[in-house]
Design a protein around this ligand. Structure first.
Ligand code: PMP
Length: 406
């Protein structure tokens, strides 16, 4: 892997100061910073070859369409999907999950059917299923978690019934950091012929994702969490499912023939890409994937594991600090509270020291309810963070504690 100072210099924002202090960015779970190559690609699209995709006979449209389809191929290869047609560009994980919840619900879900999610989910992998269940008269079943923040696998097995239509589960928890055994879940669900959607928003950036190995039927992720731009994401869906599902949105580009009597739809993937797509986002996201591949996904995972181990060790040594989420296998996320100090106070004071952490429920209110708390402070790391940044955080927490002792 490249030297850490070389890696950091790829990310222009990491050189800036906040309130006169060097920025220490520990909110990578919310969004990641962008390397210069991604920023340059985004700008190059609009300075060199911008035209709407799949619409024109002119050179600008052709060049953009080619770059857009190359981006699709890069995503296919990055997650090892079998076919390019299985890659749908969406606006992000939330959009991808809503698409499946709507389309799958319309086609396959009847009153009394059951959908399984877990207590660990982000609201994006709860609310679309609740909405679908309400629409279809279906029932949402919840896999509980234990006090370490791990999925109770035996309870999951008990929830699988002949009425189960789909399992939707995150690959890793954004609030606690738990890595979920998705392969074990897909194996169990598939033995009952039940499809599985994996919310990869917190999985894609921390290791190698191979959808053929995971055997998941749907996989969703966001570009902005893997060093790409905002407003772009991916829905991977196995061709046999996606061919069966009705389109989620109607409009230009997703149709074959339109008359007032009847409309026929395009084939995959265009059936699910109505209207002008975020082609600039897709092309720049593909650049981000190339950047990640250039660093090496195994090396990224190894470095982030070292950061997680160090941060965990240093943080538990802070008096009165309690960590929420002690799963055996975690992404580089540490969620915690300081005894007697509200998470917002901790977050605001750290911010004044140039340290960006996330505070609150992390869009995972049921997880907070499980622990009987109203939020945590979350430190979510990336390969570009350093050990000395962790030391500065720990020093900062010492100052927070001292302020509240007075
Ligand atoms: N799922 C998980 C686990 C997440 O962490 C997030 C983002 N915090 C989402 C879904 C939603 O992602 P987006 O807002 O990019 O659609």
């Amino acid at each position: 892997m490249k030297d850490i100072s070389e890696i950091r210099s790829d990310f222009p924002i990491l050189g800036r100061q906040v309130y006169g202090k060097p920025l220490i960015y520990f909110d990578n779970g919310a969004t990641t910073q962008k390397p210069k190559c991604v920023i340059d690609t985004y700008s190059r699209i609009f300075t060199e070859f911008n035209g709407n995709v799949h619409r024109g006979v002119h050179a600008m449209s052709d060049l953009t369409s080619e770059a857009y389809e190359n981006a699709r191929e890069k995503v296919r290869s990055f997650i090892n999907a079998t076919k390019k047609e299985e890659i749908i560009f969406t606006s992000g994980t939330t959009d991808s999950i809503n698409c499946v919840a709507f389309s799958f619900g319309e086609r396959f879900v009847k009153p009394g059917d059951e959908i399984i999610i877990s207590e660990l989910e982000h609201h994006s992998n709860i609310v679309p299923w609740q909405m679908m269940c309400q629409r279809k008269g279906a029932v949402l079943k919840i896999i509980p978690i234990d006090d370490n923040g791990e999925i109770c696998f035996d309870e999951f097995l008990k929830l699988l019934t002949p009425r189960t239509r789909l399992v939707a589960i995150s690959q890793a928890s954004n609030s606690l950091g738990t890595v979920v055994p998705v392969k074990k879940i897909t194996d169990a669900a598939h033995s009952e012929n039940i499809p599985v959607l994996v919310d990869g928003a917190q999985g894609i950036q921390h290791g190698i994702v191979d959808v053929q190995e995971l055997q998941c039927d749907f996989y969703a992720f966001s570009g902005h969490k893997i060093y790409g731009p905002t407003g772009i994401g991916v829905l991977y869906g196995k061709e046999e499912w996606m061919n069966e599902l009705p389109p989620y949105r109607g409009g230009g580009d997703m149709v074959e023939k339109v008359t007032f009597e009847k409309t026929t739809y395009q084939n995959l993937p265009y059936k699910f890409e109505a209207g002008t797509v975020n082609y600039a986002g897709a092309i720049a996201m593909a650049e981000a994937l190339d950047y990640v591949l250039g660093l090496g996904r195994e090396d990224i995972a190894e470095r982030e594991k070292t950061l997680l181990d160090y941060a965990t060790r240093q943080l538990i040594s802070v008096k009165g600090l309690k960590i929420y989420g002690n799963a055996e296998n975690k992404i580089p996320v540490v969620s915690f509270l300081l005894d007697g100090i509200h998470q917002y106070d901790t977050g605001i004071i750290l911010d004044k020291m140039g340290i960006a952490v996330r505070t609150g429920t992390h869009c995972a209110q049921p997880v907070m309810d499980h622990f009987g708390i109203d939020g945590t402070v979350r430190v979510s790391m990336s390969f570009y963070n350093t050990f000395s940044e962790i030391d500065t955080l720990v020093e900062g927490l010492g100052k927070v504690i001292a302020m509240f002792k007075k």
